[in-house]
Unconditional design. Structure first.
Length: 217
């Protein structure tokens, strides 16, 4: 049966006809979205043989201050503009589902689309601090996880408590191509991504982003 990305802002998202589709989930505040998010997504298509990637734009991050965010609509629209790819869909699923933590978002998505093979996508900086996330060990048990290198974070990520706890479930080489089909816990580290762009740095360079949702070239 056909289905669309959940609550996508794209007017004509590409439908999927395969029930056992492989879909990457990239969560975050996208405050603002940047070339690193797109580079990670393109690398995920190549490394993991994904059908689609859904950018799950979070209304807020429990670990950050609300005043550090641009308006939600601005972040959604900027994400649509930046993604510019027929198989990357921008979703406000978390806002409509009322979920605040990634654990609950994943739980809701798996309940809504039990036939889909979801893979959680994240940068190495997130793996380095993953042990501070709510129910982080349970997230490993819910779906496969793909971690993408970021300059300055690779070594720290691979020494992190989460990496050590699940070291025995790490896949590499050709096995990564089928990560989406593996029973969790299963994860892999993709070293090739080297985009240094940071949302924090972009906010510092663009004071108008938080108040107006505008990025200057």
């Amino acid at each position: 049966m056909d289905f669309q990305a959940p609550l996508s802002l794209r007017e004509n998202p590409t439908p999927l006809t395969r029930q056992e589709a492989r879909i990457g989930l990239l969560g975050g505040s996208f405050n603002p979205p940047h070339s690193g998010h797109r580079a990670l997504s393109l690398a995920a298509f190549k490394a993991l043989s994904l059908d689609q990637i859904w950018w799950l734009v979070s209304p807020a991050n429990p670990q950050k201050r609300p005043e550090d965010y641009a308006a939600y609509e601005a972040r959604l629209k900027a994400s649509v503009t930046l993604a510019h790819h027929p198989r990357i869909h921008i979703s406000d699923f978390e806002q409509h589902a009322g979920t605040q933590y990634s654990f609950h978002t994943i739980e809701a998505l798996k309940q809504a689309w039990p036939e889909v093979h979801f893979v959680w996508l994240m940068g190495a900086d997130n793996l380095a601090s993953f042990h501070t996330w709510k129910n982080w060990q349970a997230i490993f048990d819910m779906l496969p996880i793909a971690v993408f290198n970021r300059p300055g974070y690779g070594a720290r990520a691979l020494r992190s408590p989460a990496s050590r706890a699940f070291a025995h479930r790490r896949l590499a080489g050709r096995r990564l191509r089928r990560l989406a089909l593996q029973a969790p816990p299963a994860w892999g580290f993709i070293r090739e991504t080297q985009n240094p762009t940071s949302s924090t740095q972009l906010r510092q360079n663009n004071p108008s982003w938080l108040t107006e949702g505008v990025l200057t070239p």
